[in-house]
Design a protein around this ligand. Structure first.
Ligand code: DON
Length: 346
């Protein structure tokens, strides 16, 4: 038995050597801690003084966050966080929460729940577009949205099961906690600020109710959605959440299986399609990484089986995505061979 294993190991090594010689193929290998730290440090140094972009201000509390805040964290298979910059200051998670609420619904109700109710297609419009709801309903004749734009996200929140609003909230927050590996809290100033100014989301919730995507209590769904967007996270939390998706739904820090491994490719597919809104195609072209941005300045990205990465930096571009986060993640992922579409990884 031992002998056979030894022989098959030799045969495998021989096969790999032949493949390398004949096809110029380079086997993927895990990066060393020093290589990861060097990639993070290089990106941090390069982009620390970059002045492009502007904090979101349609939610007044977001305009007050320090635009200089810049933190990078990467979690690899061993569950350890590599960091650069400020990875302890919390920002509101905003739209990144949409991924985890969608994942909760898929996990509890199966893959068709989101597919058949909301859809998994890019809208090609802004994240809070009302026209996208009208076009999807009138022209497509079926669900042709996704749970990462506001109409789909508010609907996904309405689908989380629970006897009371508190029970639903406990499930939503619990899912975020399990992925971050610690107990997160709502940033009350952001929650209040967004609740006072979210009339457009209330209108979207009512429209989704009128078209029967949302079955009951549309304004409760909008309130819970606003709360989930106000959860406070730092770059390290976000990287652990991304890493939970990078490693088959299992948090590599705590070892907890949060989502079934079979559901993770579905979650990542929606992130790849719509994670950076109108710029999702450009992002995928540059990195190949499923990702999600939030107007609080965070972006998470997932290199399946390799790492979860997150950057927090509030100034955004016109599409609503953090400028420094996009640049830093692109550089780091390229340095570490993170693109899952690349056959030749470092
Ligand atoms: O509903 C909103 O407008 C915010 N709570 C979330 C939007 C968001 O993060 C879009 N992200 N890029």
């Amino acid at each position: 038995m031992r002998h056979d294993r030894h022989r098959s190991g030799l045969a495998r090594s021989f096969g790999l050597a032949v493949a390398a010689l004949v096809f110029g193929w380079v086997p993927a290998r895990a990066q060393t801690a020093a290589e990861i730290d060097a990639a993070l440090k290089a990106a941090f140094t390069k982009y620390q003084t970059l002045q492009e972009g502007k904090n979101a201000d349609y939610i007044p509390a977001l305009a007050k966050v320090d635009p200089k805040l810049f933190g990078i964290a990467l979690v690899s298979a061993d569950g350890k966080a590599h960091t650069a910059g400020d990875v302890t200051t919390e920002v509101s998670i905003q739209s990144i929460s949409k991924v985890f609420t969608m994942a909760r619904v898929i996990q509890d109700q199966g893959p068709d729940a989101i597919l058949k109710t909301i859809g998994v297609d890019a809208t090609g419009m802004r994240f809070n577009s009302i026209v996208s709801v009208e076009l999807s309903y009138k022209l497509a004749g079926g669900p042709e949205m996704n749970p990462l734009v506001n109409p789909g996200a508010i609907t996904a929140t309405s689908m989380v099961q629970g006897a009371t609003a508190d029970a639903v909230w406990a499930k939503i927050l619990g899912t975020h906690n399990d992925c971050a590996g610690r107990e997160l809290k709502v940033l009350q100033d952001v929650y209040k600020s967004e609740s006072d100014t979210n009339q457009r989301n209330q209108a979207i919730g009512m429209l989704m109710y009128a078209y029967e995507y949302i079955k009951a209590n549309p304004l409760q769904a909008v309130d819970l959605y606003t709360r989930q967007c106000s959860i406070g996270v730092n770059a390290k939390d976000l990287a652990m959440m991304a890493a939970t998706l990078a490693f088959g739904g299992k948090n590599p820090g705590t070892g907890k299986q949060v989502f079934d491994a079979a559901n993770v490719p579905r979650i990542l597919a929606v992130m790849a399609t719509a994670g950076l809104y109108d710029d999702s195609g450009k992002w995928l072209y540059a990195t190949g990484l499923p990702a999600k941005s939030g107007v609080g300045g965070g972006i998470i990205a997932v290199s399946p089986g390799k790492f979860g990465i997150a950057v927090v930096s509030p100034p955004l571009d016109d599409a609503g995505n953090s400028v420094r986060a996009q640049k830093a993640i692109t550089d780091i992922s390229n340095a570490l061979g993170g693109n899952p579409y690349a056959s030749k990884s470092k």
